[in-house]
Design a binder for this molecule. Structure first.
Ligand code: 5GP
Length: 198
């Protein structure tokens, strides 16, 4: 379910760049509005009400702040996947390959086997959802560990890039707090019309 407070803030402070990039540096990706993140954290908890979550999994760097505040409402730790360029990974890790939309390059993401276990119930949280590679890569780490994937949250889904549809087709319980249907540097932003904006 989308979140009106967040949509209003994106309308006010979001900047549409060329190349299908939305900048939200004023409140999420550079300067951080912690009060807004608290509301986002509460909303995520509400949307997964009654679900058991033992770990929140995100990806460095921009997912970490959101995941940490959300984790306060789930009373669980945050685990963030690290990005590495090397193929020689020391130690016991789960890994997946993720093509970075913003940097246009392949990253290998890793988490230590020490922190993700078969008895974990994992909620994935990330800031943006474009082609879906980040969330799919994170879900691969969860399945390598044999853990349960409770669902995934993207704070901002760019619906026109298709990643959200792909993830929903995979059967993952995906919740996006704002879904951009289309955007244009001149015409601005249009959000997905749907029942149940909260
Ligand atoms: P995906 O893996 O779904 O293609 O892209 C999601 C990842 O790329 C997110 O982790 C996010 O950091 C980055 N990303 C994708 N699109 C945007 C965007 O429009 N703006 C910003 N700031 N980051 C984006």
């Amino acid at each position: 379910m989308q979140m009106q407070l967040l949509i209003d803030r994106i309308r006010k402070d979001g900047i549409v760049k060329d190349g299908d990039v939305l900048k939200v540096d004023a409140f999420l990706n550079h300067q951080i509005d912690v009060g807004l993140l608290e509301e986002i954290g509460k909303e995520i908890r509400r949307q997964f009400d009654g679900k058991k979550v033992t770990k929140i999994l995100t990806i460095e760097a921009s997912g970490i702040a959101i995941a940490c505040i959300a984790a306060r409402y789930f009373n669980c730790p945050v685990l963030f996947a690290k990005k590495t360029k090397t193929l020689n990974i020391a130690g016991d890790v789960y890994t997946a390959e993720v093509y970075s939309f913003t940097h246009q390059k392949m990253n290998r993401i890793i988490v230590s086997k020490s922190f993700l276990h078969a008895d974990d119930s994992v909620l994935i949280i990330d800031d943006f959802l474009a082609n879906g590679k980040a969330i799919i890569g994170l879900s691969e780490l969860v399945s390598q560990a044999g853990a349960e994937l409770v669902g995934a949250v993207s704070v901002i889904e760019k619906g026109f890039q298709g990643g959200g549809d792909r993830i929903r087709e995979m059967g993952i319980d995906l919740h996006s707090l704002a879904i951009v249907e289309s955007m244009d540097p001149e015409k601005g932003l249009i959000f997905r019309e749907e029942e149940g904006i909260h």
